[in-house]
Design a protein around this ligand. Structure first.
Ligand SMILES: *[C@@H]1O[C@H](CO)[C@@H](O)[C@H](O)[C@H]1NC(C)=O
Ligand SMILES: *[C@@H]1O[C@H](CO)[C@@H](O)[C@H](O)[C@H]1NC(C)=O
Ligand SMILES: *[C@@H]1O[C@H](CO)[C@@H](O)[C@H](O)[C@H]1NC(C)=O
Ligand SMILES: *[C@@H]1O[C@H](CO)[C@@H](O)[C@H](O)[C@H]1NC(C)=O
Length: 210
């Protein structure tokens, strides 16, 4: 008897969670994002993005594919007429991060350990997160993007644009990691923690330079 009630309850709870009420909980974006974070931890970044490459190895990326905390603070500076939303910055982060992973994959031989033990998996984690993110934050087709953001998208997607910069593979993921903590801080800060992940100087001081 008790057991069947238990099943019934479980069925009901399962049903309730299919309803939009459950769907709109923004915090469940944090689950896949925390998995991404674990894969981006410092020891993994070092091992797969630095030690597995020749010393001082760099790859070529477009200028706009470098997305750092400084870019965020610059873009976020108040402009009353065309405010940049967190969403705009998160969209950029998602795109640039995935593009960075692709840039590194493109130079790796088929059997390179960084490819099959690390980046392929990371790419999938990003894809899972992106699917959920787009589902939870449907695009507002009416909204016009601020010009600063539009210009970046324009250059990011312009196939004939030639502005190349050399970066180390590790720096791509270092930036991806830091900007993630800043742009999704609800997922990562603890209640008693007023540490500002968006503050460039905090990272410089190296207290939590992970
Ligand atoms: C990073 O993740 C790996 C694998 O999950 C784990 O073994 C390692 O201890 C972690 N390192 C840090 C610095 O958290
Ligand atoms: C790597 O770069 C650093 C800093 O630019 C330089 O001092 C060092 O000599 C380089 N190492 C090699 C092996 O090229
Ligand atoms: C970030 O800033 C650098 C210059 O510091 C710039 O070259 C790059 O295009 C910026 N990235 C984005 C995505 O705006
Ligand atoms: C952007 O600026 C607003 C207002 O100054 C601030 O509340 C917000 O935390 C900033 N966002 C980021 C990602 O730096």
């Amino acid at each position: 008897m008790v057991q069947s009630e238990c099943w019934l309850l479980r069925g009901l709870l399962g049903f309730i969670c299919l309803l939009p009420m459950c769907m709109s909980a923004a915090t469940d974006l944090c689950v896949p994002l925390k998995t991404v974070r674990e894969s981006l931890n410092l020891s993994l970044r070092r091992r797969f993005m630095k030690m597995n490459f020749p010393i001082n190895y760099t790859i070529q990326v477009h200028y706009e594919e470098v997305f750092r905390l400084r870019n965020i603070s610059r873009l976020n500076m108040s402009n009353e007429e065309e405010p940049v939303l967190k969403r705009d910055l998160q969209d950029l982060w998602l795109w640039v991060s995935q593009r960075g992973i692709k840039r590194v994959l493109r130079v790796l031989p088929e059997r390179h350990p960084t490819r099959h033990k690390y980046l392929s998996n990371l790419e999938n984690l990003f894809r899972d997160f992106e699917a959920l993110y787009n589902q939870r934050n449907p695009k507002d087709e009416e909204r016009e993007l601020p010009e600063r953001i539009l210009n970046i998208w324009y250059r990011l997607t312009d196939p004939s644009y030639e502005g190349w910069k050399s970066v180390t593979p590790k720096s791509i993921l270092d930036n991806c990691y830091r900007t993630m903590l800043c742009l999704f801080k609800e997922c990562f800060s603890k209640e008693d923690d007023n540490y500002d992940y968006c503050e460039v100087l905090n990272w410089r001081k190296g207290k939590k330079t992970t």
